[in-house]
Design a binder for this molecule. Structure first.
Ligand code: MF3
Ligand code: CO
Length: 250
């Protein structure tokens, strides 16, 4: 069931989304060679708790941390650990924050020091693929319009579209209906209505799109070892288009 949010609910989701944006802004200067992903996680957990909010991933289906930290060939759901970041790495930080029962969710990929041109290309075009999807958000359009726009942009830039994971509706729960795939056909799927809130989140690879799950049962990595990037926004359907509830503050 796809829920339509009331004005009051939208206000709370704006607040949750803004905390997600602020947390990304807060952690950015710490993303440097020498820090561990566990240290990034601890800093973000404290930031969230200090803002009277909840790190919603922690304990979700047994996930052990506040952040998903996915480095290089890790696509999503990397578990913060004693892994030390080094120059040339890319790292996706994905976080869900709850505020008074409502969730905000955003991921973006960061560079550690100077990264190679392939990673720069991958990051630039994964973020642009996200905005191609966001531009399709308006009442009357359908989920497939978003999916097709993301896929067309990604594939025309020769990037792999990971198909095993999707965007999703969001509200009281971090994962609600509908599913928002990053591939598909225009003019298919549920129709968008004002008050719906969805997460659009292309996960793109520099090589083949095939992935597998590590033995930790969380970390998804590319089969060919190529780097992956992931950008995600929480997006409200408005009367005449969209509002990004997790705006970038940088
Ligand atoms: N942002 C991620 C998602 O949309 C968060 C899920 S990680 C989990 O799927 F640990 F919470 F499951
Ligand atoms: Co999400």
């Amino acid at each position: 069931m796809i829920t339509i949010k009331s004005e009051r609910e939208i206000e709370l989701m704006r607040h949750a989304g803004m905390l997600v944006s602020k947390m990304h802004q807060f952690i950015k200067p710490y993303i440097k060679a020498g820090i561990t992903t566990k240290e990034l996680d601890a800093l973000c957990e404290k930031f969230i708790l200090d803002h009277d909010a909840v790190p919603s991933c922690k304990g979700y289906e047994g996930f052990p941390a506040t952040l998903c930290t996915s480095v290089n060939d890790e696509v999503v759901h990397g578990i913060p650990s004693s892994r030390v970041l080094k120059d040339g790495d890319i790292i996706t930080i994905d976080v869900v924050i709850g505020y008074k029962g409502y969730q905000g969710d955003a991921a973006w990929t960061y560079t550690v020091g100077e990264v190679d041109d392939d990673c720069k290309y991958l990051m630039e075009h994964t973020e642009k693929a996200l905005y191609e999807g966001v531009k399709q958000v308006r009442p009357g359009n359908r989920i497939g319009d978003i999916s097709a726009a993301v896929q067309a942009y990604a594939e025309s830039h020769h990037l792999g579209v990971v198909r095993e994971l999707c965007g999703h509706g969001i509200g009281k729960d971090m994962h609600e209906d509908p599913e928002v795939p990053n591939f598909g056909m225009p003019n298919t799927g549920p129709r968008l209505k004002p008050g719906m809130v969805i997460c659009i989140e292309p996960m793109l690879t520099f090589g083949r799109r095939d992935v597998f799950l590590l033995e930790d049962d969380w970390t998804v990595i590319t089969q060919d070892g190529s780097p992956a990037a992931h950008y995600e926004h929480t997006v409200l359907v408005t009367e005449d288009g969209y509002e990004i509830l997790t705006p970038r503050l940088d």
